[in-house]
Design a protein around this ligand. Structure first.
Ligand code: NAD
Length: 245
């Protein structure tokens, strides 16, 4: 049987790296993206012959589109798309420069629109697809200094729920995973300087690991999750509990 192919954005480190390894261990061929040569070489080393990597920076929309089109021409279809890449660029709104707003919205949110438009026709044709989007707890609770980040991550929720409805009858599921505080380069500084204060907010009394997130992504990528779509799964040690997610 042909191996399933996954595209994982931001696969060189942190959560995306663990997701890539988890999918590879499930027998999936993984195409991971990174923004630097060092990053793409790291991915290749990890995946060995079970996958490959491509250089892509979402700041450049036109190159992003060209690269994804090339990918589809080469592989014909992407079975699983994990939109994981994301950045923070914090500032209180009152002094936030336009560039910080645009940068975060472009990388975290607009990129998924351009990529999905290119890869979804082949998923529709084969009547199978799994789209998993990494949002954030911040999309639901907000955070001072993160109007740009929170808007981008909430935007992903609206995007994914709407897309889930559009493609539900075509064998394609679209779900989100919203991590709480996970130990990666993105959070290392804040988690060490405000360790106690943040741990006090987490009922399980520990930070999450990239593996905690990868486990859920792996399930949502599998056949076992075929009747779940349009859902946002929180992975936060109980830090945010809500009836309507
Ligand atoms: P990280 O900083 O370790 O990794 C970020 C990834 O995004 C990298 O692989 C990088 O190559 C990629 N990336 C950065 N700028 C890019 C650009 N311009 N174009 C394309 N790719 C780009 O962070 P992480 O903690 O692993 O975060 C992964 C995802 O999880 C992000 O979407 C983040 O918002 C989300 N998240 C993380 C946490 C956490 O606590 N770490 C919490 C909630 C949500």
């Amino acid at each position: 049987m042909k191996k399933k192919i996954a595209l994982v954005t931001g696969a060189n480190k942190g959560i995306g790296k663990k997701i890539s390894i988890e999918l590879m261990n499930s027998g999936i061929y993984v195409i991971g993206t990174a923004t630097t040569e060092v990053g793409i070489n790291n991915i290749k080393k990890k995946l060995k012959n079970q996958g490959t990597s491509i250089l892509i920076n979402f700041i450049d929309i036109s190159i992003t589109k060209k690269t994804i089109k090339k990918l589809i021409n080469k592989y014909k279809t992407i079975d699983i798309f994990v939109h994981n890449a994301g950045i923070i660029n914090d500032n209180l709104l009152i002094t936030m420069p336009d560039i910080k707003w645009n940068h975060v919205i472009d990388v975290n949110l607009s990129s998924i629109f351009y990529i999905t438009k290119i890869i979804i026709p082949a998923m529709i044709k084969q009547k199978y697809g799994r789209i998993i989007v990494i949002s954030s707890i911040i999309s639901c609770i907000g955070q001072k200094g993160q109007t740009n980040y929170a808007a981008s991550k909430s935007g992903l929720i609206g995007f994914s729920k709407s897309l889930a409805l559009e493609v539900a009858s075509r064998g394609i599921t679209v779900n989100l995973v919203s991590p709480g505080y996970i130990l990666t380069d993105m959070t290392r500084k804040i988690l060490s300087s405000k360790k106690k204060e943040i741990l006090n907010k987490i009922p399980m009394e520990r930070f999450g690991t990239p593996q905690d997130v990868a486990n859920v992504v792996s399930f949502l990528s599998s056949k076992q999750s075929s009747y779940i779509t349009g859902q946002n799964i929180h992975v936060n040690g109980g830090m945010y509990v809500d009836l309507a997610t």
